[in-house]
Design a protein around this ligand. Structure first.
Ligand code: ADP
Ligand code: MG
Length: 691
């Protein structure tokens, strides 16, 4: 076997047989390069170990390492424990973890582990209780002369971190020879980053934490840089398509504003200025309008639509559901009463004749503003002169859906509205192709919303409070997490809870039920009754989360609140507090779940969507929160979307500058960079920015 190359299959690495190769492949590791780029998740400091026979039995802290020669467990009783016996050449030691059931299967006979903790005795034997422990990846070097940084690799189902480390250590001596630099030298210098060959080696085996920090920063930067490069390249390609330039005169501005019965807030005005500046250009606007529910985004979007109409062009407004489309339509009609602007609502279930007339109107330009669901773009809808698309995504972002309207050959200006506060880091990664306007100020004259978090054994009190408010003429939401009864989780279905409340605690009031599985017209009907005040309490699944606007409803009880994400709860809570009246949101969580309780408390403390979103991101990770994978973005392995914000910003600035100078990366210094990009994104480029 000759020298290792980057593309040498992992199986040819010494000590890797077909079985190990297969285990590695399951982790996505196929080549030597994959091995070198498979980085430890963290390092544990391994303390200098001492031979077991040097222990006296009264050490406040000691570290020993050895083979697990026996495991045992006491599963029942007051203080269940999990234990094992560790042996080195000099003796053996009992180790016990109280409530250590989670270790079952993790610590097995034959493994080598190191344990660190207080040493005592039990029936005259040496014993360590509740120590820190970690697997030892190389038993031969277990007896350390000095403390050591121990890499912890993301393990597979059948491959421990230690085994992975063993394989990687075989290829590590070749790292500096094999790994090419891919970033331009001037960037490395400016950002003070180490070269790639050294960084890769140090990622696995740093001399000290400082060297590791530098290596990690370099690799995180590289990751962010490549991602932003992809976004930048796509963006350049897209904005090269022309759009209708929409001009705004003072007269137009005055006339649009006259449509609203109020002054725009400072934040709304800033967003309007951003938009007006964007659409005045002949290249498409691509802007995210972000703001809490009720902050007044729709008003800003309507301003933009009317600007299009004033320029004799059309605007399309798309909502995620029919209920929301209808609501937008109703609102818009109210604002436009007595104007000559022609509007239409396009949803399913309209009769064919009506529909044909609508489609004709759009194709000939006799309709100015159309409101509909996302189906607007997937169907055969033709526009005479479409200048603006507004997508109200609330919390359901869909890059793929955005792709649709562009692929029809239009180059409309494009405005996405979202009520989900997107952490800044995500705004420039997942939504890196969008400019962002934030409405961070509520319209005046809104009441306060108080949030309380209680445990479900106080449900009687909660319902007593609801009764009081209902008797006072207010309306309430009761939110349940699931529609289908789920015996395992013992969650009651919406229907069941509705029945229970209307026969029991709320029997003096009108209670109705609405959930996602109901036919749309039935749903619509219930919501209309609630809006009209004929229903006092609405027991609902999360369907109300998305944009329902009923100002008189000022009480919300969320059952099983621990099952919702924080951002989602924040979203839900935005349904109330939409009038001058004060509102109350009660989060009911199962008792005995202190972690959930603490998590929920964030909501009682703040209404700041960004704080909540960042907390959520911390807890759940970006993938789950936004489905980054669905967005076609490569996963970030090294960079941390919260901690590395500055790095990400730098990388974005550098990547965009580079693409401005060399849009196709064809310069001689950009060859390796280009190759790396293509490898990373393969055929995903189109998806990144929804081009
Ligand atoms: P969002 O779309 O952000 O949820 P909307 O645009 O629907 O918010 O506005 C929520 C409510 O606030 C609507 O009833 C709207 O008429 C009202 N509103 C919006 N902007 C203002 C303002 N500047 N002054 C007073 N009321 C406003
Ligand atoms: Mg809205």
């Amino acid at each position: 076997m000759g020298d290792l190359q980057l593309d040498t299959p992992a199986q040819y690495v010494k000590g890797v047989g077909p079985a190990r190769a297969e285990q590695l492949a399951r982790l996505g590791i196929r080549t030597v390069e994959d091995l070198l780029l498979y980085f430890p998740r963290r390092f544990d400091l391994r303390r200098q170990t001492q031979p077991i026979d040097t222990l006296r039995g009264d050490e406040p802290s000691a570290t020993v390492a050895g083979e697990v020669t026996e495991v045992s467990e006491q599963r029942y009783g007051k203080r269940p424990w999990f234990g094992c016996m560790i042996s080195d050449e000099t003796g053996w030691l009992l180790v016990k973890w109280f409530h250590g059931g989670y270790l079952r299967g993790k610590i097995r006979e034959g493994m080598h582990i190191a344990v660190s903790g207080k040493v005592g005795t039990y029936r005259e034997h040496l014993q360590m209780v509740n120590p820190n422990w970690q697997p030892v990846w190389d038993p031969d070097s277990a007896n350390l002369d000095a403390d050591e940084l121990l890499p912890v690799y993301p393990a597979g189902a059948d491959l421990t971190s230690g085994r992975i480390a063993q394989v990687i250590r075989r290829v590590l001596p070749d790292a500096e020879r094999l790994i090419p630099e891919i970033l331009p030298g001037d960037i490395l210098q400016r950002r003070d980053l180490p070269g790639r060959p050294r960084a890769v080696a140090a990622m696995h085996r740093p001399e000290d934490t400082e060297q590791w920090d530098a290596a990690r920063r370099r690799m995180a930067y590289e990751e962010c840089f490549l991602m932003q490069l992809g976004i930048a390249m796509n963006r350049i390609r897209r904005v090269s398509r022309p759009a209708h330039a929409l001009t705004r005169t003072d007269e137009i501005d005055r006339r649009i504003r006259a449509r609203f019965g109020f002054e725009l807030t400072g934040a709304q005005n800033r967003a309007v200025e951003d938009i007006a500046a964007d659409v005045a250009r002949e290249r498409p606007m691509n802007r995210l309008l972000q703001g809490d529910v009720g902050a007044g985004k729709t008003v800003v979007a309507l301003y933009a639509a009317l600007l299009a109409v004033a320029n004799r062009a059309q605007a399309a407004i798309m909502a995620p559901t029919e209920i929301l489309a209808a609501q937008h339509y109703r609102n818009i009609q109210a604002y436009l009463q007595g104007s000559r602007v022609r509007t239409a609502l396009l949803v399913g279930g309209q009769n064919p004749k009506q529909r044909t007339r609508l489609l004709d109107g759009l194709a000939t330009g006799s309709i100015d503003i159309v409101v509909g669901t996302h189906a607007l773009i997937t169907e055969q809808v033709r526009f005479a002169r479409l200048a603006l698309v507004v997508v109200d995504e609330q919390h359901k972002f869909g890059v793929r859906q955005r792709t649709g309207i562009r692929s029809k050959g239009y180059a409309p200006h494009y405005l996405v509205m979202t009520a989900t506060p997107i952490p800044r880091t995500l705004a420039i990664t997942v939504f890196g192709d969008l400019d962002v306007s934030v409405i961070d100020e509520l319209p005046p004259g809104r009441g306060e919303t108080t949030t309380r978090c209680v445990s479900s054994d106080r449900m009687d009190e909660v319902l007593g409070f609801v009764r009081e408010r209902l008797a006072d003429g207010q309306q309430a939401y009761v939110i349940c997490p699931l529609v289908q009864p789920s015996p395992q989780l013992q969650l009651k279905a919406v229907e069941e809870i509705g029945a229970e409340l209307s026969d029991g605690a709320l029997k003096d009031f009108t209670v109705a039920v609405v959930h996602g599985q109901m036919p749309p017209d039935r749903k619509e009907q219930v919501i209309a009754e609630f809006r009209a005040g004929r229903i006092d309490a609405l027991v609902a699944s999360v369907v109300v989360e998305v944009g329902m606007d009923i100002p008189a409803a000022n009480v919300m009880v969320v059952l099983h609140a621990e099952r919702f994400g924080l951002a989602q709860l924040h979203q839900l809570r935005g349904r109330i507090g939409r009038s001058e009246q004060d509102a109350t949101c009660i989060l009911v969580a199962e008792p005995g779940n202190p972690i959930a309780q603490r998590r929920l408390e964030v909501l009682t403390e703040t209404h700041d969507g960004f704080t909540i979103a960042e907390e959520d991101l911390r807890i759940r990770g970006p993938g789950e929160l936004f489905g980054t994978r669905q967005h076609g973005l490569p996963e970030l392995k090294v960079a941390d979307l919260i901690e590395d914000l500055d790095l990400l910003r730098d990388a974005r600035r550098d990547a965009f500058a580079l693409v401005r100078d060399d849009p196709s990366l064809s310069g001689p210094h950009h060859q390796t960079l280009r190759e790396e990009m293509e490898k990373l994104y393969a055929d995903r480029l189109d998806l990144i920015a929804g081009a």
